[in-house]
Write a new protein. Sequence first.
Length: 191
Amino acid sequence: MANELRYGDRIHLQNLFQGDGGYLDTNGGASGGGAKYGVSTATVPNRGAGTGTWEITSGSCQAVGSPVRSGDIVYLRNLYQDNGGYLDVNGGATGGQQNSGGIYDVSTAWGKDRDGNSSRWQIFDVNASPQDGLVRFNDTVQLWNTYANRGGFLETNGSSSAAGARYDVDTNAYSNRGNTNVTLWKILPAT
């Protein structure tokens, strides 16, 4: 089916906090060792050219064009200026985020696996139809970081102070903190 997500596809990820928590976006510099850009959400899919566009690549040597399956290990490469870095955990979440289960800050890294498997994400599709295990565009997913076997779920948590940003992004120990959909992301095709 044409709607299946495939390795090499370019996507936007829309957070579903309160129905629209913004689009995963690179924004400004990052201070962690080996970090490239800060990550937050923005109100539009591409706040700047490519800032909210991500290429999905395999973490287990699946060929470009192969379908993405729920449970796969993936990398997300940002396409800001054609090289915005890989989505990565780097350093601790803020104190306020830690008070609600936050584990790590999220930024992009210059290359894959800056620190062990810090830029590897396990993708879980929360849709159940059809039940063939494939991830599709417009499906809702959760992304679990595999760093140190406990990297946490990608989530929005608190307002961001970055220019043009909406919410800050970290990882969290809870799969749906407060039943607020902060760890749920809708996969949309990049246009």
